[in-house]
Design a protein around this ligand. Structure first.
Ligand code: 5GP
Length: 194
């Protein structure tokens, strides 16, 4: 592997905290950054196109990717579907010195922290002041079965416990204040890439 010149920024935090929204806004402000696509076995939601945020793949294809070591990390998220960070586009972008932004769950963050050069990695944990905010935001996304909400809240509990300990930065993601959250993430990226 050539020397990595850029930095990979992991955006971490529980479901509903606003990772997708923060990344969408960063993308508008910073088209020069790289926003690689992960693979997942979950079904696309209404309006989600293959190849935009995820490559939607079958379980069989995902397991082939694991075998071929195509993934930097992978995890079963919310005890249900596979999600995995695809290695090649990230390494290529970092070799060119680019700033790379990717969201992962806490398991993904922990795995990447174990294998990735520290000098090329920054983890940012998005937090909310209370659980009810999270539930409200998850519910707003559309009707989810009660089981699914329970599953997401259980994952959230685990993420809160770990996020503060293992991530480099914590940024509050307050309801209705997404711009403030993006400004803070932007400030961290600037500082870390100076
Ligand atoms: P969603 O299905 O709502 O898009 O994402 C569900 C969860 O999977 C989120 O917490 C998200 O951060 C996480 N996730 C998305 N991509 C990846 C990935 O490549 N690896 C891991 N480990 N988690 C991911």
């Amino acid at each position: 592997m050539k020397k990595l010149k850029g930095k990979l920024f992991l955006i971490v935090g529980p479901s509903g905290v606003g990772k997708g929204t923060v990344i969408a806004l960063l993308k508008e402000r910073h088209p020069e950054f790289d926003y690689p696509i992960s693979a997942t076995t979950r079904e696309p939601r209404l309006g989600e196109k293959d190849g935009v945020v995820y490559h939607f793949v079958t379980k069989k294809k995902f397991e082939q990717m694991i075998k071929k070591e195509d993934l930097l990390e992978y995890a079963i998220v919310h005890n249900k579907e596979y999600y995995g960070t695809i290695k090649e586009p990230i390494i290529k972008a970092l070799e060119k010195g680019k700033t790379v932004i990717r969201e992962v769950d806490m398991q993904g963050c922990e795995s990447i922290l174990k294998v990735f050069p520290k000098e090329n990695l920054v983890s940012i944990f998005l937090t909310v002041p209370n659980k009810q905010d999270l539930i409200d935001r998850i519910l707003k996304r559309g009707k989810l079965p009660e089981e699914e909400i329970k599953r997401r809240m259980q994952s959230a509990e685990k993420e809160f416990a770990k996020g503060g300990k293992i991530c480099d930065y914590q940024v509050p993601s307050l309801t209705g204040k997404v711009a403030q959250c993006v400004n803070e993430v932007e400030r961290i990226i600037q500082k870390e890439t100076e």
